[in-house]
Ligand binder design. Structure first.
Ligand SMILES: *Cc1c(COP(=O)(O)O)cnc(C)c1O
Length: 462
């Protein structure tokens, strides 16, 4: 069963459905793809041969690039021949820190390594435990493992998709050093209770804000609430540079060390060509480049307005679909003052759709011209954990009983997350840059599938 992707212009769509509603039958030759025309065509799901609700090529493209406004500084950098870290990277760091209200920012190669460095420079190493939600991208957990520390999974609140603060304390041991909340999907985690728990147990808080550019909790930008915040500028992210990342913090000593670590352990502020400064600590090289910074500065100019649009469209779309039985949109915590909406998530309950499986719901929705996916699979049960525990380093760092994968799995069960991974449906952030009619088209596509769920179910059984 392959969803057909019919390319319809908006005008064709309107024309076809107006004609169809008048009972006028078009000949197959007058349309892009022959399909059964009748008065029910507009209501008939595309996967069953009806007209699709929208056209996949109508969604805002990503990333956005305007040569007229965006290329001046990029070209200046290219023509200057100064490509390694210099003034433009510093300018980018100042701007990003200012946009967030953070004291300091260090731009690095990517979001993954921003997390690696932050953990590393807070001295989170062998034997230390880091509390982390399982509903996240693999990079969050691999950053913990690459420092030799132990990820301890805290189950999620399925209503918000975020780490459940009420489940954190039960996971704290004498080895716990940090909480690593992830503002997953660009929706802020519940930072007040998280910070209170951290304070009580003297734990560090490192925020994974890789999907949450300009999101706010109680008017504070996420990434600036804990001890450090980490960002990604990978191409799919709300601030796209191809690759890139940043650490932000108000802690000068920590930020100086992060700089040194990312630059061979040379003292803070050492230029790229510095030789003979001496390395004061063990470091590596994770530097950002001038042309990345120039692209980033261009992208940053539209980020605030885009974030506003995403918030408006997300709220609107949520209002349109929240009463469809079986569709349970995300919930924001009371203190959230702005989302980033890297993704628009809802939970899908097949019971509301006559038992139509999520996979077939997704195929039907894709056939309507609405790109969608099922999101993450359970990160606390994948083979990379066993593989790490069997590595030479881990065997030297931990007693055997701590590396027993069965015991580990038993301790790290996250039933709410297991369920969430079975139920989630996502739309990507560029969809939320569309118009109100785009949001209406999504809602009507879902309604159409809802009304015809039994027929689609029969089709998918064949
Ligand atoms: C993208 C992402 C990362 C990693 O960022 P990269 O720039 O791709 O290395 C880390 N955590 C989360 C939650 C992400 O979405």
């Amino acid at each position: 069963m392959k969803p057909f992707k019919e390319k319809l212009s908006r005008r064709t769509f309107v024309k076809r459905n107006t004609l169809a509603s008048l009972g006028i039958v078009l000949t197959a030759g007058s349309i892009n793809k022959p399909f059964e025309i009748g008065s029910l065509s507009a209501q008939k799901p595309a996967i069953l041969g009806g007209a699709s609700a929208w056209s996949v090529d109508k969604w805002p493209i990503w990333p956005i690039w305007n040569p007229e406004t965006d290329e001046k500084q990029v070209l200046e950098v290219l023509r200057s021949g100064v490509w390694s870290r210099a003034a433009v990277v510093t300018e980018f760091e100042k701007e990003w820190a200012a946009a967030l209200g953070a004291k300091r920012c260090l731009a690095v190669v990517n979001g993954t390594n921003s997390l690696v460095i932050a953990l590393n420079q807070f001295d989170i190493k062998a034997g230390d435990e880091v509390l982390v939600p399982p509903y996240t991208f693999i990079a969050t957990v691999s950053a913990i493992l690459s420092n030799g520390a132990m990820p301890v999974f805290v189950d999620v609140d399925p209503e918000t998709f975020q780490i459940d603060p009420a489940k954190i304390e039960a996971k704290i041991t004498s080895r716990t050093k940090a909480i690593l909340p992830v503002h997953i999907l660009g929706l802020p985690a519940d930072m007040d209770p998280i910070m209170a728990i951290a304070k009580k147990h003297k734990l560090l808080v490192i925020e994974d804000a890789c999907q949450a550019h300009l999101a706010e909790y109680d008017k504070h930008k996420v990434g600036t609430i804990g001890d450090a915040g980490c960002f990604s500028f990978q191409n799919s992210k709300n601030l796209p540079i191809g690759e890139g990342g940043a650490i932000v913090s108000n802690n000068d000593q920590f930020m100086d060390k992060c700089f040194s670590y990312s630059n061979f352990g040379n003292p803070f502020g050492a230029g790229v060509a510095a030789i003979g400064t001496g390395s004061m600590m063990q470091g590596t090289k994770l530097r950002f480049t001038e042309y990345q910074a120039a692209i980033g500065l261009a992208q940053m100019k539209r980020l605030d307005a885009q974030t506003t649009t995403r918030n408006e469209n997300a709220a609107y779309l949520k209002s349109l679909i929240k009463d469809i039985p079986g569709i349970i949109p995300y919930k924001l915590y009371d203190k959230v003052t702005r989302g980033a909406f890297h993704l628009f998530p809802f939970r899908y309950h097949k019971e509301g759709f006559k038992g139509l499986l999520r996979i077939n719901f997704l195929k039907a929705l894709q056939a309507e011209g609405v790109p969608c996916s099922s999101g993450y699979t359970t990160l606390n049960t994948q083979p990379y954990l066993k593989d790490t525990f069997q590595s030479k380093n881990y065997k030297k760092m931990y007693p055997a009983e701590m590396l027993n994968i069965n015991t580990y799995n038993e301790r790290n069960k996250c039933p709410q997350n297991d369920q969430l991974c079975e139920e989630a449906v996502w739309f990507t952030q560029n969809i939320l840059l569309g118009t109100q009619s785009d949001m209406k088209a999504i809602a009507s596509a879902i309604e159409k599938i809802h009304q015809n769920a039994d027929k689609i179910k029969t089709l998918s059984k064949k």
